[in-house]
Design a protein around this ligand. Structure first.
Ligand code: SF4
Length: 703
């Protein structure tokens, strides 16, 4: 960056990648972000990971969309790869008025011909709270239904389902920083060193001062080096393992009877259920010795203060909700909730997936998880919105919407900042659905794989080009600020959504995101005492905030839960096998996930020069013994085949991967992992089973 003192302006904002929500200072020179430093936010205290520090220059990439694009009438088939050199074959540039008219006009035509349910929307956890709120409002008010969802469906939907069911709230009960007050912490199905790297620094510090870290994962994730216990269990065996641990706690009388009596219900049913899970019976199923399971049970139950953190290794299963139910039960029976150093914390993925969910970007809930089936709830929103009653039917989820496209029920879509052509399971099925749409409007910063299918592409703003609040995994509402303007004719997403709504005849009037925030606060109890100005002035406010001067509550539910009689619930979890089990044709297990350098479908980080230089090529990881068996050297190409399809990808040796497993990142379009994944859904959270597919691995001919 040359002379670090040589910049024109400095802007405080929030890292746009993961749910940790690190605060950053953006140094701007000649209209470009020159470099980024961490500042003293509550979640990062000056720290940043490689993505936050070096992953910002995608915003200046020459591929940025700078003009609205409209598909040419003589364009080749939808879905072909649109590239910088050939986009004119597919699209023509347009002015905003024309593009917005065509975008909204197509939806109006479908609505007139087939009813409002013919058009659905995917909003974005990469947008601000205000943008997420406006997006769901447009779908509900403009089309009269609830077919609006976003990528939470693909990450923590099952965790939220279990938390809502048993605790009465879908957010974390304590910030991750509370680990500094814990004696023991469980991290399960998460790889924070790569996926929540700054949170991981707090976990490492915790072990340095003597805290006991229990890591549970089918991969030997990086935190194992800091762990007192590393349980590398068999993929899909979570419920057996966790029930065995809880069995020991019951058998040895290690549970907190007083807490259970005061704050929970259904304990007797849970206790009876756990009788069937003795560790000696479960060890062969989960691959963890019975004595280790007993030791973990004693360590966690006998601690003064324990926390549980989990990630998508827990949630992305057809039994994801049951996995989370087990974790909730474990915390409840040991009384590790609602006190310093205790709590339940699903580590949220996207920078604003918590906020987008809170803002109602989900098909079964209005903002703040208010039940869309209740007339009084809908009336409260339409009273604020001024008009437009909408359906009392829960809407369709991400994968259900694409199935409804195949069924001919949904014919048009509005997709803002999401990339289902890369992120959905069995992605060829998703791509076929996108190709079948009669009218697709994509709003994004690049021509993504999803935009390849668009009829209209609207050029939007990157995070460092906009104003708005975001909410991190800790429930901390923070302020994003623009450091540079969007390039060319690109605009902030909220402005585009407002213009589209008005072309749909909704008569919206907003002059700023602050006005949107004020409207949100009218019907969102979580925002009580939180104002735009407070967030701007104080930097971060954790909800709930109990007074206009309260910085917010890091720990909640110390005196009961937001459920009937203030009691949390035990829901016994049965063992459900993964949907796509290995057999003779597909003998290994594929697990998908992220790598440190790349973010989700790669549209941002693969255009960030440092990150792309560090990790430029599609790769997957296998145990060295597996590679030897296959006759493959590290760096050679292999073919992965599941019942859905096949990809060729470079193989790496990694002792952390179990011998009969393969780990595949999903950021690489040239070897898209989701060609292979299984679309089977958890029945409660409707989340696909990304973490378990039977796979055949072969040496490739393409060396
Ligand atoms: Fe950004 Fe997350 Fe890294 Fe913090 S930990 S710098 S929020 S990617």
């Amino acid at each position: 960056v040359g002379d670090r003192a040589d910049f024109d302006s400095e802007v405080k904002s929030i890292c746009p990648f993961c749910g940790v929500g690190c605060q950053v200072s953006l140094k701007v020179k000649d209209g470009r972000v020159k470099y980024v430093e961490g500042i003293n936010g509550p979640a990062n205290e000056g720290r940043l990971c490689v993505k936050g520090r070096f992953g910002f220059d995608y915003i200046h990439h020459p591929h940025r969309l700078t003009k609205p694009l409209i598909r040419r009438e003589d364009a080749p088939a939808k879905g072909l790869n649109v590239e910088p050199g050939n986009w004119q074959q597919f699209f023509r540039e347009a002015e905003w008025d024309e593009a917005l008219d065509v975008a909204a006009g197509g939806w109006k035509r479908l609505k007139d011909q087939h009813g409002g349910e013919a058009v659905a929307g995917f909003g974005s956890a990469k947008c601000t709270n205000e943008e997420a709120y406006l997006f769901q409002k447009l779908i509900r008010q403009g089309f009269g239904h609830n077919n609006v969802d976003h990528c939470t469906r693909l990450c923590h939907a099952s965790s939220v389902a279990a938390l809502m069911e048993n605790v009465g709230s879908g957010a974390v009960t304590a910030t991750f920083n509370e680990i500094e007050n814990a004696d023991v912490a469980i991290v399960i199905g998460a790889n924070p060193i790569e996926n929540h790297p700054v949170a991981a620094t707090y976990f490492k510090q915790f072990t340095k001062r003597g805290g006991k870290l229990i890591v549970m994962d089918p991969r030997g994730v990086g935190l194992r080096r800091y762990a007192s216990h590393m349980l590398q269990f068999k993929p899909g065996a979570d419920v057996s393992m966790l029930n065995a641990i809880m069995h020991v706690i019951v058998e040895e009388g290690l549970y907190d009877e007083q807490y259970i009596q005061a704050f929970t219900e259904n304990w007797e049913a849970e206790k009876a259920h756990l009788k069937d899970f003795p560790p000696e019976k479960m060890e062969a199923i989960c691959g963890i010795p019975a004595e280790t399971l007993r030791d973990v049970a004693r360590t966690f139950a006998q601690a003064q203060a324990g926390m549980i953190f989990w990630g998508m290794g827990v949630s992305q299963h057809i039994h994801g909700t049951d996995n989370s139910r087990c974790l909730i039960s474990l915390a409840l029976m040991t009384g590790h909730v609602g006190r310093p150093g205790t709590g339940l914390h699903p580590l949220r993925g996207q920078n604003n997936v918590q906020g987008a969910s809170d803002a109602g970007l989900i098909p079964m809930f209005l903002p703040d998880y208010q039940d869309v089936t209740k007339q009084t709830v809908r009336d409260a929103f339409t009273a604020v919105w001024g008009s437009g009653d909408f359906s009392d039917k829960k809407g369709l989820t991400v994968t259900e919407i694409l199935d409804a496209v195949h069924a001919g029920q949904i014919r048009g879509m509005y997709i803002q900042g999401e990339n289902p052509a890369m992120s959905d399971p069995d992605v060829e099925h998703a791509r076929d659905a996108l190709a079948a749409l009669e009218h697709l409007v994509v709003q994004d910063i690049f021509i993504t794989e999803t935009a390849n299918f668009a009829d209209v592409i609207l050029p939007a703003s990157a995070f460092y080009e906009k104003s708005g609040t975001v909410t991190n995994t800790n429930r901390q509402v923070q302020m994003g600020r623009p450091a540079v303007p969007p390039p060319g004719d690109a605009r902030e997403d909220w402005e585009i959504t407002v213009d589209l709504a008005n072309r749909m005849g909704l008569g919206w009037r907003y002059d700023s995101p602050a006005e949107v925030f004020a409207e949100m606060a009218m019907n969102m109890p979580s925002l009580k005492n939180i104002t735009w100005d407070r967030v701007a002035n104080e930097g971060a406010i954790t909800y709930p905030s109990l007074s206009p001067t309260d910085p917010g509550q890091a720990i909640v539910f110390g005196d009961g839960f937001p459920r009937a009689e203030g009691r949390a619930k035990f829901t016994p979890a049965n063992v459900i096998a993964p949907d796509d089990l290995p057999d003779a044709d597909y003998p290994m297990v594929m697990i998908t996930g992220r790598q440190l350098e790349h973010w989700h479908t790669g549209s941002m980080t693969r255009r960030a020069s440092v990150l792309d230089a560090v990790e430029p090529e599609a790769n997957c990881s296998l145990h060295p013994s597996t590679l030897r068996k296959l006759g493959v050297e590290p760096g050679e190409m292999i073919r992965l085949t599941t019942k859905r399809g096949s990809i060729e990808i470079m193989a790496r040796a990694d002792r952390a991967v179990a011998p009969d497993n393969v780990f595949v990142p999903f950021a690489y379009v040239e070897a898209a992992a989701n060609v292979l994944t299984n679309p089977a859904l958890d029945p409660y959270g409707k989340i696909p089973e990304f973490k378990f597919s039977a796979v055949r691995v072969e040496k490739s001919g393409c060396l």
